[in-house]
Write a protein that binds this ligand. Structure first.
Ligand code: SF4
Length: 379
């Protein structure tokens, strides 16, 4: 769903307040902020909702317009609608009369005070209730397994419709097209209710009262007080304090230990830098030992048209570069089928640059031996 809910304990922030209950009250004191990614996500959701209503013959009204809508968004929201329709068909085969709810407000305030959210698509059927959530962002890969936001939505849907249908299982799906990520996780209703009782309720009580322990972790990333949080700073400084034994050079095992700490340290460091820069520029805050200076800048034309005129008037002719349009622009110009027919054999996708990621990353590990053999054979 688009990030528009403002409950103290929001579903979208559940990963954070469940892990770090005091964060909720502290965040509520900070002003709301928007970002280009959030605006783009909202535009994608609005378009997807309209297309889904149209596909299901539910008076969609006028097509929403936004400067964020581009070919990629059109294509990906079409794919999303096709995905949802496929799941509705499957639910019909199993149940006959499923209810399909679009942008449905889901109230889980019986578990979390004031708690509600909006389900992009909820398919209520027997024996499985489905929640499908479109994530248009691509910065962070979102997983369905134990995803508290979708689990809370599921609790809201069960509370509203559980008496009308015989639901045994909930299936939650993250549809994150720009990461090629479609992830579904099924959980028995009994497990979900147990989680609500033993985990969510007590944490929600603590969080509402501003109590509980600060607990830094990956959930700090979108916390509004992340740059100034003392617990996070202490944890990161502790992370950086590796005690290395002699000899003089690090072993591979020690390098692996450092590698594991780098992403978190980098995120924290850039959060603090961005926060301090904003304070210095916008509020004139002076941090001892630091000053604001102008960064490097590059010369540029004030007007390309005027430059061309002036250069041509002076007798210079060879002043333009002629370049082939990009692959994406060419595909847009020709359309996918013609592009594949005319240029398919002339397009190649080189292997990506090797990147070191944690072993838990979902991408398959590079087979360096086969890659080297292929290289030798093709020489
Ligand atoms: S930055 Fe992390 S540790 Fe600090 S309040 Fe936010 S979630 Fe909790």
């Amino acid at each position: 769903m688009a990030p528009t809910d403002h409950a103290l304990l929001s579903a979208s922030g559940a990963h954070r307040w469940l892990n770090c209950p005091p964060s909720a009250v502290l965040e509520s004191r900070e002003p709301d902020s928007s970002s280009a990614a959030a605006e783009q996500g909202t535009a994608a959701h609005t378009l997807a909702e309209w297309k889904l209503r149209r596909a299901l013959h539910r008076a969609p009204g006028f097509k929403p317009e936004s400067t964020w809508v581009d070919d990629e968004m059109e294509n990906l929201t079409d794919d999303y609608v096709a995905f949802v329709q496929e799941h509705i068909s499957l639910a019909r085969e199993a149940c006959g009369d499923p209810q399909v709810l679009i942008e449905q407000r889901l109230d889980f305030s019986h578990i979390v005070p004031g708690g509600f959210g909006t389900g992009d698509c909820v398919i209520i059927a027997e024996p499985t209730l489905q929640i499908i959530d479109l994530k248009y962002g691509q910065g962070v890969l979102v997983e369905a397994v134990n995803n508290p936001q979708l689990m809370l939505y599921a609790l809201g849907a069960l509370h509203a419709f559980g008496d009308l249908y015989d639901i045994e299982t909930v299936a939650v799906t993250i549809y994150q097209p720009r990461r090629g990520n479609v992830d579904t996780w099924e959980v028995p209703v009994a497990d979900l209710l147990a989680w609500a009782k033993t985990e969510v309720k007590p944490k929600a009580e603590l969080a509402t009262a501003g109590g509980g322990e600060f607990c830094p972790g990956s959930w700090c990333q979108f916390c509004k007080i992340a740059p100034t949080c003392r617990a996070r700073a202490e944890a990161n400084l502790q992370l950086a304090k590796l005690e290395f034994a002699p000899p003089a050079e690090l072993s591979d095992a020690e390098i692996a230990d450092v590698l594991a700490r780098i992403p978190q340290l980098k995120t924290w460091a850039s959060d603090v830098e961005a926060y301090a820069l904003s304070k210095a520029v916008n509020q004139g805050v002076v941090f001892e030992g630091f000053k604001l200076v102008a960064g490097r800048s590059v010369r540029k034309y004030t007007s390309e048209t005027d430059v061309a005129k002036a250069a041509e008037a002076a007798g210079y002719k060879d002043i333009y570069d002629r370049k082939l349009i990009t692959l994406t622009a060419m595909e847009k110009l020709m359309g996918k089928p013609a592009f594949n027919e005319i240029l398919g054999d002339l397009v190649t996708k080189p292997a990506g640059k090797p990147t070191l990621v944690p072993a838990s990353d979902k991408r398959p590990a590079l087979d360096l031996v086969s890659a080297a053999t292929d290289f030798q054979t093709n020489k």
